[in-house]
Design a protein around this ligand. Structure first.
Ligand SMILES: Nc1ncnc2c1ncn2[C@@H]1O[C@H](COP(=O)(O)OP(=O)(O)OP(=O)(O)O)[C@@H](O)[C@H]1O
Ligand SMILES: [Mg+2]
Length: 240
């Protein structure tokens, strides 16, 4: 097997999370191996974004253990970024009134290795030439696809060990979705672990090594991308 197997980078055990009295995640356990692309699928309200928010420190879990890179996950967002987890959030959340370059600099605001930051800037510009062309333009003037590119590039500027993405294909034309998926593949090939939340199950399953399916707060299925793609009941039962 490849180096992807066996070397667990993220381990989630019996995680629960709630909003007030409403349980959004109920006792889920899963793992991600270093170098893998793991997809988390599920219909609206399954708890996917809540899971990523627990992993990025934006939402406090009510129970369970999370370990990352051999240690318990710290509690605060900035500590989690320092440990090597970066999130591309639902709805992109770029700053409309900052330029593309300023948005990118926010992604690396916790770093002070100037020369390496410059290298990473060149790397994301190479990945997304459109961003370099538009580097002095306000984020809010970018197209939807360009905003998604900026959100991914900003996530990479933290130089994460694991990049988490929440619905990167949402609202984008099929050709742009394909470009985003190709980009995720090349990010993975460069050694970054990827945890991908998607409603576009087919695209995600084609891309990923393994996937989990969530339904109302639980993990209800898991398998390799190939296995789940071949499962005729999956779409009907859980993905609408
Ligand atoms: N801020 C919040 N306050 C209260 N309830 C919330 C909040 N955010 C999410 N929820 C609830 O938690 C549950 C899980 O929501 P979550 O956003 O994690 O689902 P999701 O799988 O990301 O869905 P989608 O595919 O629509 O993005 C839902 O029942 C939702 O209504
Ligand atoms: Mg969501």
């Amino acid at each position: 097997m490849s180096e992807k197997s066996g070397n667990v980078i993220l381990k989630v055990d019996h995680l629960s999370a709630a909003y007030g009295g409403i349980r959004a995640i109920d006792d889920i356990s899963f793992y991600v191996n270093a170098g893998e692309i793991v997809a988390m699928l599920g219909a609206n309200g399954a708890g996917k974004s809540t899971l990523l928010k627990c992993l990025s420190g934006e939402h406090k879990r009510s129970a369970g253990e999370i370990s990352f890179d051999g240690q318990p996950l710290p509690g605060h967002c900035h500590q989690i970024v320092e440990k090597g987890i970066s999130i591309v959030p639902e709805g992109r959340q770029i700053f409309y009134k900052l330029t593309v370059l300023e948005n990118l600099k926010i992604g690396c605001c916790q770093r002070n290795d100037k020369e390496e930051i410059q290298k990473d800037l060149e790397m994301v510009y190479k990945m997304f030439p459109r961003l370099e062309e538009r580097k002095n333009q306000f984020g809010g003037l970018l197209s939807g696809g360009e905003q998604q590119m900026l959100a991914i590039a900003r996530g990479l500027m933290a130089r994460p060990k694991m990049l988490m993405l929440d619905e990167p294909s949402l609202g984008l034309a099929p050709i742009i979705v394909n470009q985003i998926m190709d980009t995720l593949r090349s990010i993975s090939e460069s050694g970054t672990t990827i945890l991908l939340v998607e409603q576009n199950a087919k695209k995600a399953l084609e891309l990923c090594d393994r996937a989990y399916v969530m339904n109302v707060g639980h993990i209800v299925m898991e398998g390799t991308g190939k296995e789940l793609l071949a499962d005729e009941n999956l779409m009907q039962a859980y993905l609408g």
